[in-house]
Design a protein around this ligand. Sequence first.
Ligand code: SRM
Ligand code: SF4
Length: 576
Amino acid sequence: MNKKYNNNNDKNILVLSDNERIKQESNFLRGTIAQNLDNNLTGGFNTEDAQLIRFHGMYQQDDRDVRVERANQKLEPLINMMLRCRLPGGVIMPAQWLAIDDFSEKYTLYGTIRLTTRQTFQLHGLLKPNLKNVHRLLNELGLDSIATAGDVNRNVICTANPMESTLHHQVWELAKSISSYLLPKSNAYAEIWLDSKKTESTDSEPILSATYLPRKFKIAIAIPPINDVDVHANDLSFIAIRGDNTDQIIGFNVLVGGGLAMTYGDTTTYPRKASEFGYISTKDVLKIAETVVTIQRDWGNRSDRKHAKTKYTLDRVGVTTFKSEVERRSGVTFHPIHPYVFTDRGDRFGWVQGIDDYWHLTLFIENGRISNNNPRKLLKHGIAEVAQIHSGSFRLTANQNLIISGVSKDNKLMVESTLRKYGVINDDITPQRKASMACVAFPTCPLAMAEAERFLPKFITKIENIMSKYRLEKDAIILRVTGCPNSCARAMLSEIGLTGRSIGRYNLYLGGNNIGTRIPRLYKENITENDILNILDMTISRWAQERNNHESYGDYVVRSGIVHAVINSEKDFYDE
Ligand code: SRM
Ligand code: SF4
C-alpha cells in the first residue's frame, strides 16, 4: 500500500480498521463461515464471519419489530439473513424468476422479493439452515450472489432494457463483462456454499488484493439522455457516446468519485457528485475500470471506514493527481469530455416497442416490494403467472421497477390482462407516486433510524393531495425517503429528500434537480411529518404560481432562493 496516500492524519497511518484485520485473516473470504454454519446454538454468525458473508452476498439481520418482545422473553433476536443476487444490468429470465419466487414463498420469513435501487433483488428472512439451499438454487439457475456486498465492486448497473435498442444491448454486455472481470477470484464461495473441492493453493486476487478494497465500490453505465442509473451515486460511471449516424457506441465519458452517504454531525462526511475525467474509446473500458479500482485499492483510506470511499480519496489527493495516476497506470489518455445531456431519469412506464418488433412493458412496483400482502394487488401471483407464459425476459430497473421485456405482438394482450387481473397494472397511479422511492429501512435494516418503505405510500397520498390542490396532478417531483443518511434510495440526488433521524422525524433536503445532477440542500432538520407537509404545501403552492413554463420544483426552489444550490458539496454542502 502506498503510505503516502493511506491517510492525511499521521497518527492513523498504521492503525488499520478492524475490517482490514478480518479480511487479512480470512484466507480469501473463508474465515470460519463453514464451521459457523453447523453451529445450531445460534441463528447467526460470529462477528468476523458476519462481515465475511457479505462478500458472498448476504447480510446478517434481525427483525426489529420483534426485538423488544423477544428480549423480554429472554430470546435471541430473530436473526436471519438477507441475500442480494448478482444481476449485472438487471436481466433475469422467467424460469429463474419462478424458481426464486417459489423459494421465497417456502423458505423465507417474509415471503417477498425486494427489487433494489441497484437493479437486482433481495430475499429477506433466510434462516441459517436454508442458506446452502438458496446458493445451490442460484447456482442451478446460472446465478450467484458473489460480491453484491462487502468491500468489492458491487452489482454493475446500466440503463434498463437491453432489448430497447442495439445501444442498450451493448451496454448490457459491457455491464456483464465489467462485473465478471472485477469479481473476487477466491474459490471460497463455491467451497462453502456449493461444496466444491478446496483449491486454496491457487487463490490469488490480482485486482482486488488479499485484503480486497478499502470499501464498497460501485459502477454504472448510462445512455444519455436517460440518467436512470444516477451516475453521481457511483464510484465510477461510463456515459455512452453514440457515433454520428450509427447505432453503435464509439466510446464513453468517464466519471469518478460519486457517492451519497454522510454521517450526521460529522461535516467531514458528505454526498459528492462524480468528477468528469474525460472520454475514452470502448476498447479501453475494462482497462480503465481495473485501473480506477486498483488506485482506490492502493490509495483508499483503510483506517477510517467513514472516509474510505473513492470520493474521499479523490478529495484528499486531488482530481488531477488521481486522474494522472489513472493515465500513468493504464497507458490510456483521457480526451476532452464529449458533450452529453441528461433530460430524464425515470422509467418509461407502459408499453414501448423495441428492436425486432418485440414489446416491453414497464411496471411500477411501489418501493420495489413484490408480495401478495395487499389483496387488491397480488404482485407476486401476477408476475409469477406472467413468468409461466412469457418467453422473453424480465428486466429490473435502478428505480426499483420491473420490465416485462420481449413480448410478441400476439402475447401483449395476454400479458396485460394477466397483470390487470392481479392488480399489478393500475391506471390510477399518479406521476408523483411513480417519481417517488424509499429504501428498505424497518424492520430489516439494522441502520434504520426512521421508517421509509412503510412510510412512503401513505405519505405520497398526502403529497398527491397537495399536488391536486394546486392543480399539479400531471406533474411530478422526484421525492425520495431513506431511513438514515446513507441514502440507499438516493435521497441525496432528489428534488425533495427525507432522511430519517429517529422514529417519526426526518431531515428535509430541497433543491436537487430532476435529472440527478445536483445535490439537494438541508432545509430543516429533525422535523415531523406534519412540519414536512406544511413546508411542502407552502413551497409547492409557490412553485405552482411562480414557476417559469415547465420549470421543475427543484429548479424553482433554487431560483426563488428558498434554498441556494449545492455547487461543490465537498466545500459547500454544510453552508447555512
Ligand atoms: Fe445501501 C447499507 C439497502 C443501495 C449506501 N444498504 C445498506 C444495508 C445493507 C444496511 C447494512 O449495512 O446493514 C441495507 C440493507 C437493508 C435491507 O434490509 O435490505 C441497504 N442499499 C440498500 C438497498 C436494498 C436499498 C433499496 O431500497 O433498494 C439498495 C441495494 C442496492 C444493491 O442492490 O446493491 C441500496 N446503498 C444503496 C445506494 C444507492 C446506489 O448505490 O445507487 C447507496 C448510496 C450510494 C453510495 O453508495 O454512496 C447506498 N448502503 C449505503 C451505505 C453508505 C455507504 C457509505 O458511503 O458510507 C450503507 C452503510 C455502509 O456501507 O456502511 C448501506
Ligand atoms: Fe438502511 Fe439507511 Fe440504507 Fe435505508 S438508507 S436501507 S435505513 S442503511
